[in-house]
Design a protein around this ligand. Structure first.
Ligand code: RB5
Length: 145
């Protein structure tokens, strides 16, 4: 599995920790920035990773900003993206089993590194259950207004 990862300055440090963890796990990734703590605008990075997921450059995405809120709102504006902002592993598991989330969002100023890495691992390891959940996801994609 190949992961696309991106953040603003508020998520930069957590992004670097997650990259280290992905290396340890042997998970391939592409880093779409940002590359420092210098202030940037989270929509720019949310869109880059969302586009990479939709264009199948990567299989799933991970987005981080200070709270995870702005960058997840951005990603969810894009048709076909199901971005789940998670602060616990139960939500991360459900976001895959029930929602087939294709992007995980995290708040770099909200969750500690240890919890964030557990959330990432859960997101990576959990498969979509399909069945009735497929029908519900299709209904999300039918909403265009
Ligand atoms: C940047 O200061 C901060 O607003 C951003 O990282 C994020 O938390 C927005 O939702």
């Amino acid at each position: 599995m190949k992961i696309g990862i991106g953040s603003d300055h508020g998520g930069y440090e957590l992004k670097e920790s997650i990259k280290e963890y992905l290396n340890q796990l042997g998970v391939e990734f592409v880093d779409y920035g940002t590359n420092s703590l210098e202030s940037v605008d989270y929509p720019d990075f949310g869109k880059k990773v969302a586009d990479a997921v939709l264009e199948k450059q990567v299989d799933r995405g991970i987005l981080i900003c200070g709270t995870g809120i702005g960058i997840s709102i951005t990603a969810n504006r894009i048709q076909g993206i199901r971005c789940a902002l998670c602060t616990d592993t139960f939500s991360a598991r459900m976001s895959r089993e029930h929602n087939n989330a294709n992007i995980l969002a995290l708040g770099g100023r909200v969750v500690g590194v240890g919890l964030a890495l557990d959330i990432v691992k859960t997101f990576l390891d959990t498969e979509f259950e399909g069945g009735r959940h497929e029908r519900r996801i299709n209904k999300i994609d039918e909403i265009t207004c």
